[in-house]
Design a protein around this ligand. Sequence first.
Ligand code: ADP
Ligand code: ZN
Length: 530
Amino acid sequence: PSDVRTGDDSAALETLRRVFGYDAFRGFQREVIEHVVAGGDALVLMPTGGGKSLCYQIPALVRDGVAVVISPLIALMQDQVDALTAVGVRAGFLNSTLDPGTRRLVEAQFVAGEIDLLYLAPEALASRATLSLLDRGRIGLFAIDEAHCVSQWGHDFRPDYLNLSMLHERWPGVPRIALTATATGATRSEIATRLNLTEARHFVASFDRPNIQYRIVPKREPRKQLLALLRDEHPGEAGIVYCLSRASVEKTAEFLVAAGIDALPYHAGLDAATRAANQQRFLRADGVVMVATIAFGMGVDKPDVRFVAHLDLPKSVEGYYQETGRAGRDGLPSTAWLAYGLQDVVQQRRMIDTSEGDLAHRRNLAAHLDAMLALCETVRCRRVQLLDYFGQLLDGTCGNCDTCLEPPESWDGTVAAQKLLSTVFRLDRERNQRFGAGHCIDILLGRNTDKITQFRHDSLTVFGIGAELSEAEWRGVVRQLLAEGLLAVEGDYGTLALTDASAEVLGKRRTVMLRREPARQAQAGQAGQA
Ligand code: ADP
Ligand code: ZN
């Protein structure tokens, strides 16, 4: 309606309340929206889940004309348009998945100004037909989502994004807003340069969530460890427990319920009614623990989530940050707790190896996993490392993460690494065999298992040379070598293999500093997996 198109701040607030049903802006949303509504260019850096969408959706409604939104994720366009339609906003998308009839309809709506937002894939702008379509309508705003895709050094580079600099040349009067959650200084200036956004005002949110205490512990008996966390530190409090698979969601929820915790499962395999009911209970009742796959959480805005626990390793730092970020929205002390073990690395590497998609895609997944592993194995402050990943500096250390509260010792693990790598080397080169971490550790510890006898591995020169470390410590060595790319795991059985970098350690050209597990945890780890 034309009465809200006055372009002032109260129109933005009125739209936030009437259309989206929220009371107040978050962070610097209001500043961004005012700036863009007034016709300015903007570059917005905000963590995932921070509320970037409203930064262009509200200007789209307040400004005259149609907002054209460039989005690289075809799969998400439908979701975004559905979400907007559900709150009564007129929106459409054009991409290669549309049938010709629907396409013509959306094009007509755009030209007639009957929609307020039009989502486009970046490659669409390479087509003359699309450009002339855009010329026939009235554009009020360009929004460039996931703007870091223009960075040639990033993981998500999309060549079509380079072409987006022409938006400004062709439609110089239309304001542009570029948004991203990937925030290194280098990426930021690259976005500004390549998108021709030199005049844009930069809005950079802090990624720090000071009230969240980050903790990453070796995985032993994960459900028992989880239960101890809930009972000792968060009795009767609301939280989310993330598991990788539906089966483990079900089992964990049952385990917690049997232990007297008010827990509910949530995953995509449950029918829609159960999912909705469980989500409602989590939101409305006090102290419910939601055990879920990552399908849970998008758009769930519960302020008093006191902990987020991960029983399996997230696939990326972005995912970890987003999921843990659901804790403590109210600013009160909260816990982000992750239990992680060797098996997680084996499992995730296998998932990457067998994933569909080309080599570049698998490399991208592997790079994301490596960054996550580096966070798990760091001896630095977790928050420093986390913010560093997003290109932000923290002054000093945080005092509110496990490495700050209980600093891990580092130790010279070069000899241990050499022993482990030469075990892998001997099995591979002398016997043409590959084995998983458990068996290699048995060899180092000189154990007489059936498998050792069967393969006569007690005759290897490395048999029994690692008795100075415990099994848990050896598992720590394996994990850290994997995290540093000095060792690889392969195949369905998670067998260990050397990498190019292994040679530097074996050739004594490289020292390896390792993180010593807190003694208490390492001891307990001997019984289970670490
Ligand atoms: P991003 O794109 O930055 O990852 P979204 O735009 O998807 O984040 O927003 C994340 C969640 O926060 C959404 O559920 C959104 O509805 C909600 N949200 C955004 N802004 C506000 C606000 N001002 N008040 C309450 N909830 C908000
Ligand atoms: Zn810290």
